[in-house]
Design a protein around this ligand. Structure first.
Ligand code: GUN
Ligand code: ZN
Length: 650
């Protein structure tokens, strides 16, 4: 069973239970050649590798290994008590043509030697195949997967997504696989893409596979073992990796780093302080016998790989994974293509994009503006935002420091004195009305002061869109005193509107959907503001505290009164997570919602959304924060779905 512990977008940290104990993902499974282990498996365990992968086809074809595996079991054979995954011989068919084994035999063999996770004999779909041949290979792979599912016994089964670079075939294959008794989803047929540095294709393949895969099982990227691609693959929701590269590169005298691979002969020093390198200098390493040198380099490559996965996990926890990926993808133009290809999938990625993150949005280059966080703002602004009814006049200002309404406080108050003007800042995220300037990622974003052309161009494009879409009777660019004079001449100073009320209305619609402001703020609205910062803290309506505004991300947290008002305006299942009656008393007491009790939910929920926990009669039980998207809450049967902040007693 899979449990999502932490996530950021598609990226996730999970606990995955196997017959040999739990695995924490994302993780790398070093490939162990059963005939020649560069690093003995026992040593891998000591180095912290909880799982490895080996090849059942090689074992089965070697009479001595086969007998020992069958009589003693795979774990004894390899002298390893961690999780052992086995591959089936498919990769050999990719390398050498036909293999002399059939699917039922190799699946039974993996099961009989006690593999924890055995793999179907899938058909390796080569990137140069035509569509028809690929579709046929996918069909046969699925047929073999169904066959393997019926005979897996106590072994977990890896069912491979094939389909080459045909995105629809990948998605269909993934959907069909999700309905089969498969426990791990490797994405296969990608080695030639990685070897050919076709990283944009790799992105398309992984995304189109993820689109069809049920989120309740781990995704393994077959043959991905270079630290260069880990953060990218993790960002796209891959949980497991395997690779023989650490050993192959080592035999070749090459050291792996997140920024690339270097040959010893080109190096002047080892440039690494890992436990393997620390015992050597470049000279002492070169003086070693070849075998020993390969071992040290293999250890280095493993350390470098593990370190990079740890680095990506930390970024995931901090909310800075996009920044890390953007840095890593600058290591090679082909990786930059991958980053650019990600931009094609922002609509899909946005479904998993959290409402906000702890980390700030750091701009690292033009591709940053294609992140789902930017796409989310743009979409919601144009779909959900409505200008305050009391004004018909927009003054458009150049970007300044954040939050914009602080930066322009003086100018805005001067203008407000003489006219009922509303203020909109031209930001690279799109038009930012003063009332939205504190929501994530607007005021949490950091851009270089010297703007590049892409930022200017995008700002211009979005303002162009604004000029066609806005509802103001009049809009003008702010030009200092001239604008002030012009506004004075309009003679429309009476009945200026309250910017605080405009802010709570704007944030409510942006966060919960159009119509939320109307539902929430009907009645006498009172605001409590922070004495130190003068920012809005609490909102009460008709004497009832219904919302609090969070300082870090500018969004609301709900109180029961606010929740009830929203429920009246938004019919079920909007904004809701519906739980089983067994869960009800616990949630009413303020206990969290676990996935296995979720019966239904709003398909549009995103992580970090405020949600209403209700029972099947649509009675409010609690309020909390969603940790998962709808399809995850419904598919995954373990772990937290909603972190409850407040229970509502009957
Ligand atoms: N190893 C690398 N790629 C593949 C693949 O597509 N299928 C299998 N079974 N093993 C692999
Ligand atoms: Zn090292």
């Amino acid at each position: 069973m899979l449990e999502i512990l932490k996530r950021d977008g598609l990226a996730r940290m999970c606990r995955f239970d196997t017959p040999h104990g739990p695995l924490e993902t994302p993780c790398l499974l070093p490939v162990v050649n059963p005939r020649l282990a560069t690093i003995p498996p026992r040593r891998l365990k000591e180095l912290g590798f909880q799982a490895l992968i080996t090849n059942s086809y090689i074992i089965r074809n070697d009479a001595r290994l086969r007998e020992r595996a069958l009589s003693e079991g795979l774990h004894r054979l390899l002298d390893y008590d961690g999780v052992i995954m086995t591959d089936s011989g498919t990769f050999q068919s990719h390398m050498y043509g036909e293999v002399e084994v059939r699917n039922p035999e190799i699946v039974a063999f993996q099961r009989d030697v006690g593999s924890d996770i055995g793999t179907v004999l899938d058909i390796f779909t080569e990137p140069d195949w035509g569509r028809e041949r690929t579709a046929e290979a996918v069909r046969v792979t699925l047929e073999r997967t169904a066959e393997a599912g019926g005979m897996k016994g106590g072994m977990m089964l890896a069912g491979v997504v094939q389909g080459s670079v045909f995105r629809d075939l990948r998605t269909e294959c993934a959907r069909d696989l999700s309905r089969l008794p498969v426990d791990v989803f490797p994405i296969g047929g990608v080695v030639p893409l990685m070897e050919g540095y076709r990283f944009a294709d790799l992105v398309d393949v992984v995304v189109s596979s993820k689109m069809g895969l049920s989120p309740d099982r781990p995704v393994h990227l077959f043959g991905a073992g270079h630290p260069m691609v880990f953060s990218l693959a993790i960002l796209l929701g891959c949980d497991m990796f395997d690779s023989a590269s650490y050993a192959k590169f080592a035999r070749d005298g090459r050291m792996m780093f997140p920024e690339g691979t270097y040959h010893l002969k080109d190096m002047r020093a080892l440039e690494c302080e890992c436990p393997a390198c620390r015992e050597h200098t470049l000279e002492s390493l070169l003086a070693l016998p070849e075998e020993r040198r390969a071992e040290v380099l293999a250890l280095h490559n493993l350390h470098a790989s593990r370190k990079e996965i740890e680095r990506a996990k930390r970024a995931l926890l901090e909310g800075t994974l996009w920044e890390l990926v953007e840095q890593r993808c600058r290591a090679h133009p082909a990786l930059l293509d991958a980053l650019r290809a990600l931009g094609r999938h922002k609509a899909f990625l946005e479904r998993f994009e959290p409402l906000s993150r702890e980390g700030a949005f750091f701009y690292t280059g033009p591709e940053s503006l294609d992140r789902p966080a930017a796409f989310r703002y743009e979409r919601r602004y144009f779909e959900r935002y409505r200008k305050p009814a009391q004004t018909d006049l927009a003054v458009v200002l150049e970007e300044g420091d954040r939050p914009y309404s602080r930066f322009y406080a003086k100018e805005m108050s001067q203008m407000s004195e003489v006219a009922r003007a509303h203020f909109v800042v031209m930001s690279p995220f799109g038009p930012v009305p003063a009332d939205l300037d504190e929501v994530y990622p607007i005021s949490q974003s950091v851009f270089p002061r010297i703007k590049d052309r892409d930022v200017q161009e995008r700002t211009r494009e979005l303002m162009e869109r604004f000029s066609h879409a806005h509802e103001y009777g009049l809009s003008m660019l702010y030009e200092g005193q001239a604008t002030l004079d012009m506004l004075s001449s309009l003679g429309d100073a009476q009945g200026g509107f309250d910017p605080d009320l405009a802010r709570i209305r704007a944030v409510a619609d942006y966060q919960f959907g159009r119509g939320a402001a109307e539902a929430l703020f009907e009645g006498k609205v009172e605001l409590t503001k922070s004495k130190n910062t003068d920012r809005i803290r609490n909102v009460a309506v008709d004497g009832e505290h219904i919302l609090s505004m969070r300082a870090p991300d500018g969004f609301f947290t709900l109180r029961p009164g606010g929740a009830r008002r929203l429920m009246r305006a938004f019919p079920a299942p909007a904004l809701r997570v519906v739980v089983d009656q067994d869960s009800e008393p616990f949630n009413r007491e303020g206990k969290n919602v676990f996935c296995q009790f979720v019966k239904a939910c709003d398909p549009a929920l995103v992580p970090m959304d405020e949600v209403l926990v209700v029972n099947e009669k649509d009675e409010l039980l609690a309020i909390g924060r969603a940790l998962l998207v709808a399809e995850e809450m419904l598919a995954i049967r373990k772990g937290l779905a909603v972190k409850v902040r407040e229970g509502v007693r009957a």
